[in-house]
Design a protein around this ligand. Structure first.
Ligand code: NDP
Length: 281
């Protein structure tokens, strides 16, 4: 374990709540294995103070921050520059503070989604057919933007609040559209749960997986529990499943490189995360 010195680089994650975030575990394990003089901590400013908190970091005393719920949109808003993907996703999960006072925003959630699919469903081809995304919040928007970029020919949105899905479809444009509930899953090659249904032992989304395309892939962004009701149902049907932890680690890797200037060292952080999840909150 590295000792903190006068030269230790500081980075972290900001969210509310953030105490259960696995990001400090992931990044500090990588830092330790890489022997870097840096530390990654969690910040939980009062929600109405987020902008003042982040503005106060201009100048780079803190190297950068991952950003999680509910600050991703506000993070994009305060940045001086943003990557095209962050702009398209309408949210930033990474802020970098430079010495000249500027703030750069990026969004690595799309890369995380792509990495999770590549790792756990390597045969999946985004261009092969329709995708169904459940939800229309920040995570759904990022997923739709990433799958659009990857070449998905049709992206269907299904959300409890239809108006929110309509706004998202309008923002991203064709081929993203709002699906009619009864036909949403018909022939889908990929189903992504980007709602909070199934979180912490709650019931998962109601969906008849029988109507998905043969050999469809089912992904759940939730990773508490690691095997959600949706993933359990998909596994029972023999479908390929992709879990939210793979996405979390997938977004952490490019974040680490942006924050600390080197790719993460080879280390099985998934095993550490699974152990932490099994130990409970
Ligand atoms: P938001 O609060 O922006 O959106 C929540 C979504 O869930 C909305 O579509 C909302 O519908 C829907 N929802 C909430 N409760 C219900 C309910 N009872 N019935 C039906 N729909 C419901 O959250 P995010 O988009 O930021 O995150 C969504 C999920 O994705 C979270 O569980 C989050 O932890 C996870 N996530 C995982 C990541 C990873 O790396 N694995 C990264 C980012 C997010 P409505 O619009 O009607 O309110």
């Amino acid at each position: 374990m590295n000792l903190v010195s006068g030269a230790t680089v500081v980075a972290g994650v900001v969210g509310a709540p953030v105490a259960h975030s696995l990001s400090p575990l992931i990044h500090n394990a990588w830092l330790d294995a890489a022997g870097l003089d840096a530390v990654y901590v969690a910040f939980a400013p009062p929600p109405h103070r987020f902008t003042a908190f982040a503005e106060g970091l201009r100048g780079g005393a803190v190297r950068g921050l991952n950003v999680t719920v509910p600050f991703k949109e506000a993070a994009l808003a305060i940045a001086d520059e943003a990557s095209p993907f962050a702009r398209r996703a309408g949210a930033a999960n990474l802020l970098l503070f430079s010495a000249d006072g500027r703030i750069a925003a990026d969004n690595t959630d799309g890369a995380g989604l792509a990495a999770a699919l590549a790792e756990q469903a390597p045969l999946f081809e985004p261009g092969a057919g329709p995708v169904l995304i459940l939800g229309a919040g920040g995570a759904a928007r990022g997923a739709a933007a990433a799958l659009l970029e990857a070449g998905a020919p049709e992206i269907r949105l299904l959300n409890r609040t239809r108006a929110r899905a309509q706004a998202l479809a309008a923002a991203l444009g064709a081929p993203v559209r709002v699906a009619a509930a009864e036909r949403a899953i018909a022939g889908a090659r990929l189903v992504v749960n980007a709602t909070s249904l199934g979180l912490d032992g709650g019931a998962g989304p109601e969906l008849d997986l029988e109507d998905a395309a043969p050999g469809a892939v089912v992904m759940d962004m939730i990773y508490r529990p690691l095997e959600t009701p949706l993933l359990r149902a998909a596994r029972r049907r023999g479908l390929a499943v992709v879990d939210g932890l793979a996405m979390l680690i997938g977004q952490a890797a490019p974040s680490f490189e942006a924050l600390f200037g080197a790719p993460p060292p080879p280390l099985d952080v998934r095993r550490l995360c699974v152990r932490a999840l099994e130990a409970g909150p």
